[in-house]
Design a protein around this ligand. Structure first.
Ligand code: SF4
Length: 313
């Protein structure tokens, strides 16, 4: 069976070897973030829907776990959009928990935690990684371009409530975009909200892959100390502007193709994400370029070259 919803495992600093499950179709989301690496949101919704993929996901996972002999440290619910929009998220999680003892992580934009059903389902994950990029209305609108019926103060209340009810690990992700949500004022206001949440760690990210909207630019190394000064004493602060530490793996052409179908990556990002050394990766990309021709594209962003796979190979 060809896996349509399972990808990886991808080595990650936070989660170890993480096997991803794509819960929603491209691109269903409650936001249309300017920095989104999946692309512009084509279906901006806040009502949960049945994507009709719950049984397929569980079958794909069972088959994958039966056949795969490599290392997996956790399963991550994510998607080419917002995973909590899948109305079957809770039942898929229950089924996943029946077939594996691996910890299960939820990566979410957190916009729907004002809903009791989503809070109740999310409580059963072992790790939850919600994001919150700004608590100032105008900035929030510019950075996250939310669905028109979303209300920032309700979103914040939902996040605060969830974080205090939940007993698992929470890593709050804040993505900073140069000139949009990176001012001292933005960060000080965020700080006031984070103080009301129960968070194990804050992870600061920036734009590292070609964004959905070209005005989204990364903050730089010089901003790190300023951010540490404002948020650093609250909880553990992880400033991940680029990935590091290549962990060697047996990944090959198939894994590189799957990764590049999901998100554009530089040579270095492919190497780090999949644990392939530079020499081997060069051979793989050369071969893929010959086999896939114009389906393997290279775009330039912020002085870097990004590979991506378009269409069905
Ligand atoms: S970054 Fe996440 S929340 Fe933002 S538009 Fe993309 S998928 Fe949605």
């Amino acid at each position: 069976m060809k896996n349509k919803h399972i990808f990886g495992p991808v080595p990650s600093r936070r989660l170890g070897y993480s096997l991803g499950i794509d819960l929603v179709k491209r691109k269903y989301c409650s936001y249309d973030c300017i920095y989104c690496e999946v692309g512009k949101t084509t279906n901006k919704i806040i009502d949960r829907i049945d994507f009709g993929n719950d049984k397929i996901i569980v079958e794909e996972l069972k088959t994958f776990l039966n056949d795969y002999t490599g290392r997996i440290d956790c399963i991550t619910f994510t998607g080419s959009g917002e995973p909590t929009l899948n109305v079957k998220m809770g039942s898929i999680l229950n089924e996943v928990k029946k077939i594996t003892k691996l910890p299960v992580t939820l990566l979410t934009n957190g916009s729907l935690f004002f809903r009791e059903d989503i809070r109740n389902e999310s409580i059963n994950f072992d790790i939850v990684i919600p994001s919150l990029d700004s608590v100032i209305e105008e900035t929030f609108m510019r950075v996250n371009k939310p669905h028109r019926d979303l209300n920032l103060s309700e979103i914040i209340k939902g996040l605060i409530k969830f974080s205090n009810d939940y007993k698992g690990k929470i890593y709050l992700e804040i993505l900073l975009v140069k000139g949009f949500n990176d001012s001292d004022g933005d960060l000080l206001n965020l700080r006031k909200i984070v103080e009301k949440m129960r968070v194990d760690k804050i992870q600061i990210n920036t734009v590292v892959r070609p964004p959905a909207y070209k005005e989204a630019k990364p903050i730089d190394e010089n901003d790190k100390q300023r951010i540490k000064n404002i948020l650093g004493d609250l909880v553990e602060l992880d400033l991940v502007f680029s990935q590091n530490n290549i962990v060697q793996s047996n990944s090959g052409k198939k894994e590189v193709t799957e990764l590049l179908k999901r998100r554009p990556c530089t040579f270095e990002q492919i190497s780090i994400s999949l644990g392939i050394d530079g020499e081997k990766l060069k051979i793989i990309l050369d071969e893929l370029q010959k086999e896939m021709k114009d389906k393997l594209k290279v775009d330039k962003f912020d002085g870097e070259f990004y590979y991506k796979v378009v269409g069905n190979e």
